[in-house]
Design a protein around this ligand. Structure first.
Ligand SMILES: [Fe+2]
Ligand SMILES: [Fe+2]
Length: 332
């Protein structure tokens, strides 16, 4: 049966919540946007400036999460430098025993299918490659930003962390099932895609709780509630945070466009399409915090874009709770 015919929800039609892209506020190395004219039609210069002002103010207020651990910053610098070698990466990691131990725990987990085979960092870099180890190192060090939460009955950063891990796992598995290269990049992209929500939580306090309550009581869609209460959405805040961290362009695409990946150029759009699909799957399956796209259905054109069949997606969906729990343990 061709994709998109006779499909029952959650497949088969474009979501009613699909929107046109909103203007983003790129600060450093923005992803290329394919259709600027559409954005231009939607956003006036004043509106764009308003979003930029709101986002800049929020980023200036979030001390704890605006700063990546020093070791992570060094790792990003090393891997982004084409002249770097595995030895350079090893030098950085070996000076942080906690991170080294965590990386070895990750690479020896069932997730990588190499159970217990990698005894040291040199071997990890040889077997998995520089880029994979970099992604694992960033993933292993990013969990600290989710530990800034003050408990609240309607929102917990712990739930957002579970969602992030679920989307990371699902993005990686979806990409692997379609034969796409760079599955570790997708794991990291999934893990960080909703970090803008943490920026909101940290910068706006009670106003952020207004977003949560509007979604619960007034049944507003998440991003509509963000715009109403905060003046921008979590993609805007995420893109600004990722830019501040000097993340590469494809990761900025995931942070800033995972609800509107159609706005990106073809290469970035394809990368982010796996995060988009993984996000929808996790929200449908209630993996952790699921408010941002809970009512959305998976359009058949998104499956086509990811070069995946319904059966492949269903297999990944079935394993999601178990896979997420295992990955959460792995990243503890
Ligand atoms: Fe999101
Ligand atoms: Fe999400």
């Amino acid at each position: 049966m061709p994709l998109g015919t006779g499909l029952q929800p959650p497949y088969g039609r474009t979501s009613s919540t699909t929107r046109r892209p909103k203007a983003r506020v790129p600060l450093v190395s923005p992803p290329e946007v394919a259709d600027r004219s559409e954005q231009g039609n939607r956003m006036t210069t004043t509106e764009t400036m308003d979003i930029k002002a709101v986002v800049d103010k929020a980023i200036s207020k979030i001390g704890d999460i605006a700063t990546l651990p020093e070791v992570t910053v060094k790792i990003i610098d090393i891997v982004e430098n084409p002249r770097s070698t595995a030895k350079d990466l090893h030098e950085i990691i070996k000076n942080d025993p906690a991170l080294s131990a965590k990386i070895l725990k990750v690479v020896n987990s069932a997730f990588y299918g190499l159970s217990g085979k990698i005894a040291n960092m040199d071997r990890a870099i040889v077997l998995l490659g520089l880029s994979a180890v970099k992604n694992i190192a960033i993933a292993a060090s990013i969990s600290h930003v989710f530990k800034v939460d003050k408990p609240h009955p309607s929102f917990s950063a712990k739930d957002l962390w579970r969602h992030a891990v679920g989307v990371g796992v699902a993005s990686r598995k979806l990409a692997a099932a379609s034969g796409t290269r760079g599955v570790e990049e997708l794991f990291l992209a999934g893990l960080i895609h909703d970090l803008g929500i943490l920026v909101e939580r940290q910068a706006f306090g009670d106003r952020f709780m207004g977003v949560v309550e509007s979604c619960t009581n007034k049944r507003l869609e998440w991003r509509d509630a963000e715009h109403r209460h905060l003046g921008a959405d979590h993609q805007d805040f995420g893109l600004a945070l990722g830019s501040r961290w000097r993340f590469p362009k494809h990761l900025l695409g995931a942070m800033g466009y995972h609800h509107n990946h159609d706005a990106l150029n073809e290469k970035d759009r394809n990368f982010v399409s796996y995060v988009r699909l993984a996000d929808m799957l996790c929200c449908q399956e209630n993996i952790g915090f699921s408010r941002t796209c809970i009512a959305e259905e998976i359009p058949s054109d998104l499956m086509n874009e990811c070069r995946l069949t319904e059966d492949q997606i269903e297999q990944i969906r079935e394993m999601l709770p178990e896979d997420t729990a295992a990955a959460e343990q792995m990243l503890l």
